[in-house]
Design a protein around this ligand. Structure first.
Ligand code: GLN
Ligand code: ZN
Length: 757
């Protein structure tokens, strides 16, 4: 018998049911009971979809975030949330997003910091540790879901985050060593595992993806300590790693006293053999053989070619699974009835990936002949994609081959450009600006939808968007902002908008993937060579500029971010795809400049996300990523000011690479981590202008002018004041106008006080 299982299933629902329920709950329009009913219904459906598997995951579902869930399971919430009123659900959402439903200012707290989940575009709430952090088991959520799964006849495998990775994911708030907490943490894990055993659970999936990162010896030691202590618990542990190679941790992972190991055979194909050799004979080996991170069909015959010998060696000790949780792919391809049939035939979403898994298991168990039809169909799809002229455009290949080093180099150095820009931009000290988007109201979204469905003519739609642009300009002028934006009303998404206008992209209707909390993204699918048939943003920006004398920023998404937030081809190196994108964006930048736009922002929100998990692999990624940005940005004249924006505060370790981008101004997120980014400037003088985000746009809370002033004063201690900009930490599209106006007013007021001093 081949055991099949899944590491996690997307929880948002094929129609984003969870998102709508969460948001209605936060607005006070849905009761907690109804939110829980929606959640239970989604779990029920997800388990049903996974019913062919030997084991289905339980506890992978979350009302906001699986790491936050683990924090609550361990009774470990920040002190500021612990004593607030209301239910546990209220406290949960306060940690997640600053406030729960119907919270008045009294209960609002500052939200937990959010950061990227390994190298994915999923964001988790960072556990906050301090000396004396306490843990106390709170198993309700897991037990409830287990009972539900049981009632549905699901063969359940609870999923938890392992103790070492849990500590690894968190942050110490007082500089204490968070590993020192392991000793207090382990008894709570033991209690949980014992409880699960009492419930008749056989296997527990214990996620330890930190094992694919570079660990120093205290962390490696922690693994030994933890799993030797937990081995007394009467459940079988499936030590689960994903997203990368184990490398120097391979032996450690193989030898820890657990009942099984899951290896991501997609990102670590070269380690399958070594793990098979090393793994003690009493352990099972679960191989992640279906890519849980992209949307392409698996080449099933090719997979079987290497998998069959492994199966011969391991027999029943071989388990099959996707490489990682399917959280990172859309739910179901069958919803995509409008997609081009040929392109669709190349794809697989979560549901289809589970089918592929089943086919592989059947082929191993019964022989390929038993699934010959499915394999033949699969081979046909794989071949059609490989040979398709829709994928390959020789002109694009030539353009990339012709890239020369001067393409990415500005004419003059920053100091010289600065003079040229100053003399015609005329900006005050501490110039204020925003990151690009303004609230995406229901009306705007409806207008875009109607236009797409043919309910609005081109002219009507243009009028609608122009009205919205005019409103944005009016509001920004009234607020007294210095550098304006058009507001991005025409964009559903900062990547999809560009993808839609580039050749080489295809779109899903329902291909949503959770980014954080209720936020979902619909990554476009980059299947072929990239070409820009015509200008993508010039008309809107020109119109916006025509309404004001203040400088209007042109707003583009950079090549690295487009790459990192798309599902991209797996048939050529990411670098090649990125350079194709860079050439397309470069053409847009030059068109904007020609249209008289004097400031152009090229967002590289996701540059950091593409960083390989191991630092030793960073340099080669940064080299081509920075080159791609430079190619897109640096064709302009000295007078044109290039901005870039990044959505994170961990900046220190790549600041030299970021400086090499040579953007005139960079705006970055930092407010949630209290200007932590400034640490980067201790050892490195960032040479150009910088706008450290002064308030958190992810939270509905209105910032306070004095707080902004104090943050900027902190910044001015590290960065010369004349190079500082004042801006929120990201775009405002997820907020509403009632929040945005007062927040920006505080910000502009703060800039005025700073100037006065
Ligand atoms: N310009 C984009 C916006 O404001 C940037 C978004 C982002 O950084 N994620 O929406
Ligand atoms: Zn951002």
């Amino acid at each position: 018998m081949i055991t099949t299982h899944n590491l996690g299933f997307p929880r948002i629902g094929a129609k984003r049911e969870l998102k709508f329920a969460q948001e209605a709950f936060w607005k006070g329009e849905l009761s907690a009971e109804d939110l829980n009913l929606t959640a239970a219904d989604l779990r029920h459906r997800n388990w049903h979809l996974q019913s062919p598997l030997t084991f289905a995951p339980v506890g992978d579902f979350s009302l906001y975030d699986q790491v936050l869930d683990m924090s609550f399971t361990l009774g470990h919430l920040p002190a500021r949330a612990r004593d607030t009123q209301g239910t546990e659900l209220d406290r949960y959402f306060r940690v997640a997003r600053g406030r729960s439903a119907n919270d008045t200012a009294c209960c609002a707290i500052h939200a937990g910091e959010m950061t990227k989940w390994f190298d994915t575009n999923y964001h988790y709430i960072v556990p906050e540790f301090e000396r004396g952090s306490r843990f106390q088991l709170n198993p309700e959520r897991l037990l409830t879901q287990l009972a539900e799964a049981r009632a549905q006849g699901v063969n359940s495998k609870p999923v938890i985050i392992g103790p070492v990775t849990y500590l690894w994911l968190g942050k110490s708030k007082d500089d204490s060593d968070r590993l020192a907490l392991l000793e207090d943490l382990l008894p709570v894990y033991a209690e949980l595992l014992n409880l699960l055993a009492e419930q008749g659970v056989e296997w527990v999936q214990i996620d330890e993806p930190a094992l694919v990162t570079e660990l120093d010896s205290p962390w490696r030691h922690a693994y030994n300590l933890a799993y030797h202590q937990l081995k007394a618990c009467p459940v079988k542990l499936l030590l689960t790693t994903y997203f990368g190679e184990l490398r120097e941790n391979l032996q450690l992972a193989c030898e820890l006293p657990v009942a099984g190991l899951h290896l991501d055979a997609i990102s670590a194909p070269g380690e399958v053999g070594r793990v098979t050799d090393w793994l003690p004979a009493h352990k099972i080996l679960s191989l992640g053989v279906i890519n849980g991170r992209n949307v392409w069909k698996t080449d099933l015959p090719a997979t079987l070619d290497w998998l069959e010998p492994v199966h011969q060696r391991l027999g029943d000790r071989l388990w099959l699974a996707p490489s990682c949780s399917l959280l990172h792919v859309p739910v179901d391809l069958t919803s995509e009835t409008e997609m081009d049939a040929e392109l669709r035939s190349w794809l697989a979403f979560a549901v289809q990936k589970l089918d592929e898994l089943q086919t592989l298991a059947d082929a191993l168990q019964l022989g390929r002949a038993a699934v010959a039809d499915v394999l033949a169909q699969n081979a046909h799809a794989i071949a059609s994609r490989r040979q398709s002229p829709r994928v390959h455009n020789p002109a694009v290949t030539h353009a990339v081959a012709a890239i020369s080093p001067d393409l990415g180099t500005r004419r003059s150095a920053y100091t010289q450009r600065l003079q040229a820009q100053k003399s015609h931009l005329n900006l005050p000290a501490y110039p204020t600006t925003t990151i690009g988007s303004f609230p995406q109201t229901r009306e705007i979204r409806q207008a875009r939808l109607q236009y797409r469905k043919g309910g609005l003519s081109e002219t009507q739609y243009t009028t609608r968007i122009r009205e919205e642009i005019a409103r944005c300009v009016r509001e920004q002028e009234a607020l007294g902002l210095d550098v304006l934006v058009h507001g991005e009303a025409e964009r559903n998404d900062m990547v999809e908008y560009f993808g839609e206008q580039l050749d080489g992209y295809v779109f899903s209707r329902f291909g949503w993937v959770q980014s954080y909390g209720s936020r979902c993204v619909k990554p476009p699918i980059l299947f072929g060579d990239i070409r820009r048939p015509k200008a993508m943003t010039v008309a809107w920006t020109e119109y916006a500029q025509s309404l004001t004398d203040k400088p209007m920023k042109g707003m583009l998404t950079g090549p690295v971010t487009i790459l990192n937030w798309s599902f991209v081809r797996d048939d050529q190196p990411r670098k090649d795809t990125c350079l194709q994108l860079a050439l397309a964006i470069r053409d847009e930048v030059l068109d904007l400049e020609r249209a008289g736009v004097r400031i152009i922002q090229i967002d590289e929100a996701a540059l950091r996300e593409g960083l390989p998990l191991r630092q030793s692999d960073w340099q080669s990624y940064l080299n081509w990523a920075i080159e791609a940005f430079r190619i897109s940005a640096n064709g302009v004249s000295d007078e044109t000011q290039i901005h870039t924006h990044m959505c994170y505060s961990e900046f220190n370790d790549i600041i030299e690479a970021i400086a090499r981008m040579d953007a005139d101004v960079i705006t970055i997120e930092t407010s949630r981590s209290d200007m932590e980014l400034l640490d980067a400037f201790k050892g490195f003088q960032y040479p150009n202008d910088i706008g450290p985000g002064v308030y958190d746009i992810h939270s509905p809370n209105i910032p306070d002018k004095r707080h902004i002033v104090s943050l900027m004063e902190k910044a001015a201690q590290r960065i010369p004041a004349e190079r500082l900009w004042v801006n929120p930490d990201c775009g405002l599209k997820t907020r509403n106008w009632e929040e945005v106006i007062p927040a920006l007013r505080e910000m502009v007021d703060a800039a005025r006080s700073l100037r006065a001093n």
